[in-house]
Design a protein around this ligand. Sequence first.
Ligand code: SF4
Ligand code: SF4
Ligand code: SF4
Length: 252
Amino acid sequence: MTSLPAQVSGQKKLGLVIDLDICVGCQACATSCKEWNTQGYSAPLNDRDAYGTSPEGTWLNRIHGYEVKGAEDEQSRIVHFPRSCLHCEEPACVTVCPTGASYKRAEDGIVLVNPETCIGCKLCSWACPYGAREYDYDHGVMKKCTLCVDRIYNENFAEEDRVPACVKACPTGARHFGDLGDAESKVSRLVAERQGYDLLPEMGYKPVNKYLPPRPRSSEKFTVAPTPSETKSDGKSRIEDFFRWADRLLSR
Ligand code: SF4
Ligand code: SF4
Ligand code: SF4
């Protein structure tokens, strides 16, 4: 069994804040994570049958889409849900590890796996309630989000690039990175303003990463604009009618 570092008040807790209101499920974060980590700290991230009928592989970040509906008369919507390790404060994935391969860093709270001492027993993946552990069948070891530890401290990068690959790649700005142990940090203030929440708090793992909930939508019902008229009663050409129709539709 592996012990956790002693908790000190004011300790750095690096993590991600993910805005479910604006994530569009484009997978840019997942692919940039795969690309970066295939050549970096977690290298290589294996793929099996990549172009066949049953492709599978190791991904440290996966995006799921759910159709959700609130009130009876509310239109349903798709919520995209990115999932990676939450770098928990009380991670059983670490404490169940029989070799010490899984560990939590005292200096910044990042949870990592040492591939040299991982024996591939998978106890950590059974312990993790978030499905954040990824078994690498080619190498017989466990892999997981490293919070891009090899980017965020990399002095060869410009300051603004010292962020996780997924954060850098997100085209909508749905992903934020920072110190959630500092109540005054940008990420902590964002969590406070938007009522960011923990996933499965009842499990007691105290995830560091937070999710910002989707905001309620306007109650206005969406109706499709009338199609362009077949006649040219106002003297305008049919193509002008079409552009006016498309403009009305897209301005909603
Ligand atoms: S999300 Fe899972 S793998 Fe990551 S620290 Fe928490 S328990 Fe461990
Ligand atoms: S922080 Fe790095 S390793 Fe973790 S999901 Fe983002 S890109 Fe992948
Ligand atoms: S890159 Fe950003 S918008 Fe795209 S799936 Fe990831 S979090 Fe969502």
